[in-house]
Design a binder for this molecule. Structure first.
Ligand code: G6P
Ligand code: ZN
Length: 542
């Protein structure tokens, strides 16, 4: 039943920020998917007879790849596979299922917030036994293997019915089709005070959630509606679709515009949230106030002790380098350590495993904690709801109170998507060439204090990750970061992150883009973005 199929390698299977992401037709090339999965298995040791978890965000090509992965897992000697019903499981739920069932690891099929469909994006990533994304040492090994691979192993058995829950034996492999929500919902009940949230909602507090036709629909129905009593009419787009209804399942102000408009309307619900394709990101909007992910991280960290799962306080906070310094001020006040890591959730894994931090977050709408090893969209929603249930204030009151206590960090990210790769590399290289000359340079009213390219020294495994983004620090603490995205699938995406700190409460109600206008102008002056990319304006402003 087990066959060895000879194959020839592809040269482009280098995992990015979060696994291998390519267009569906790339994955559909002869043996392309098989080569990558076999490269993962060939880079692992000691999994004979062990458990593998497989889940996906339900996008186009998910079901096909699950069947391929099941046959290959059997042929490679795994003993058991846990797979979500319908091939669906959110990324944080996979992380939890790996941990809870002591699996060897897991395969997540997702391209996160990127669009889905026959000509859109697909992705494969491997998570280790701690439930977290493979560390760079492993993704490097997988890439190296993919460049020389000459065969893969597969077993011959018919397609497995993914739609009905139950177990079967296929080629010696125990395959269990499990409810993707159960284990996860139980974990959430354990972390949060569902009684208090139920009371809040029963008292007329209106919660709206946009699942963006992606994986969190079933989770939102079970947790928000069935267990917490939210009005089902306010849960939108809760049926997962292979093409996400033709939209980008990206919970930002552009792609979750309807939710934003709902929350800005006079009769807005009290709390609005959305999650992305695979359920690990979150967008939080109060009535007439959007909470930036960087602020949300700071506010969740400052209030986490109000939820039962965190009542003992937090050990430390980690944020990615381009995330704003708002959380740093919370860490300082709480006298806990703040860690600054490169972009990519995998960098939080060691800190979480070592117990150095409890809460982590990124500007890219990811927040999470020690409960799993991925960022977790619904977790963030539930922690917000738990805090709101205890404080009995509006989102706006909590935000304003936070700014009054810690000061406000004005923050924005400007993205230039799908720009020419050479142009983007030139832009970055030209800034770096000027590093030596930049300190003391005046850009409008701002003076450069120092410039560098961020290197991360992992305090746990002592590994070093270089070239993680250009940082321009100005006198007075303002900052611009230039970085090329590691998750795009066409051309390059330039991200420009800008921030400055405003302690004065009288100046906390300015328009963000207006408040950042000097930094926006400085970024253009430094990088000649328009001339080099040919773009007049960012594709997306968040
Ligand atoms: C994924 C990763 C995040 C990362 C985000 C943006 O969601 O899991 O950790 O922040 O992509 O990455 P990028 O390289 O596109 O800025
Ligand atoms: Zn995601």
């Amino acid at each position: 039943m087990i066959r060895t199929v000879s194959s020839t390698p592809y040269s482009d299977q280098k995992p990015g920020t979060s696994g291998l992401r390519k267009k569906v037709p790339v994955f559909q090339q002869q043996n392309y998917t098989e080569n990558f999965i076999q490269s993962i298995f060939d880079s692992l040791q000691g999994f004979k007879g062990e458990t593998l978890v497989i889940g996906g965000d339900g996008r186009y090509y998910n079901r096909e790849v699950i069947q391929i992965a099941l046959r290959m897992a059997a042929a490679n000697g795994f003993g058991r596979v846990l797979v979500g019903q319908g091939g669906i499981m959110s990324t944080p739920a996979v992380s939890h299922v790996i941990r809870k069932h002591k699996a060897f690891g897991g395969i997540i099929l997702s391209a996160s917030h990127n669009p889905g469909g026959p000509n859109e994006d697909f992705g494969i990533k491997y998570n280790a036994s701690n439930g977290g994304p493979a560390p760079e040492s492993l993704t490097d090994a997988i890439f190296a293997r993919s460049r020389v691979i000459d065969r893969y192993l597969t077993a011959d058995f018919p397609d497995v019915n993914l739609d009905s829950i139950g177990s079967l034996n296929a080629g010696g492999l125990m395959i269990e089709v499990i409810d993707p929500v159960d284990d996860y919902a139980e974990l959430m009940e354990h972390l949060f005070d569902f009684g208090a949230i139920r009371d809040l909602i029963a008292g007329g507090f209106r919660v709206t959630f946009d699942a963006m036709h992606a994986v969190t629909g079933p989770y939102a129905r079970e947790i928000l509606v069935n267990r917490l009593g939210a009005d089902p009419a306010l849960i939108r787009n809760d049926v997962p679709l292979e093409d996400f209804g033709g939209h980008h399942p990206d919970p930002n102000l552009v792609h979750a515009r309807e939710l934003y408009d709902t929350m800005m309307a006079p009769d807005a619900p009290d709390f609005g949230a959305a999650s992305d394709g695979d359920g690990d990101r979150n967008l939080i909007i109060g009535r007439s106030i959007f909470v930036t992910p960087s602020d949300s991280l700071a506010m969740l960290a400052a209030n986490a002790h109000l939820a039962p799962g965190y009542k003992a306080g937090i050990a430390g906070i980690a944020r990615s380098m381009p995330t704003s310094g708002a959380a740093d001020r919370v860490a300082a006040k709480m006298e806990v350590q703040l860690y600054e890591t490169p972009t990519g959730w995998k960098f939080f894994g060691n800190l979480l495993d070592a117990g150095r931090v409890t809460i982590c977050g990124e500007e890219s709408a990811g927040t999470g904690s020690t409960h799993v090893r991925e960022k977790d969209g619904l977790w963030a929603v539930l922690l917000w709801l738990n805090i709101l249930a205890v404080r009995r204030q509006s989102v706006l009151e909590i935000v304003e109170d936070h700014w009054a206590t810690y000061g406000r960090t004005y923050y924005s990210r400007h993205d230039y998507e799908a720009v020419d790769t050479d142009a983007a590399n030139t832009l970055m290289a030209r800034i770096e060439e000027r590093f030596g000359a930049l300190p003391g340079t005046k850009l409008g009213p701002l003076t450069v204090a120092r410039a560098d390219n961020f290197s991360y020294h992992d305090p746990v495994d002592l590994s070093v990750s270089r070239n993680q983004g250009i940082r321009i620090h100005f006198e007075g603490g303002a900052r611009i970061v230039f970085r090329l995205s590691g998750t795009g699938t066409s051309g390059a995406t330039l991200r420009v992150y800008m921030e400055f700190y405003e302690p004065d409460p009288a100046r906390h109600n300015r328009d963000t883009q207006e408040a950042l206008s000097d930094l926006i102008a400085a970024a253009e002056e430094l990088a000649s973005i328009r001339a080099l990319t040919g773009r007049d304006a960012p594709t997306v402003i968040t």
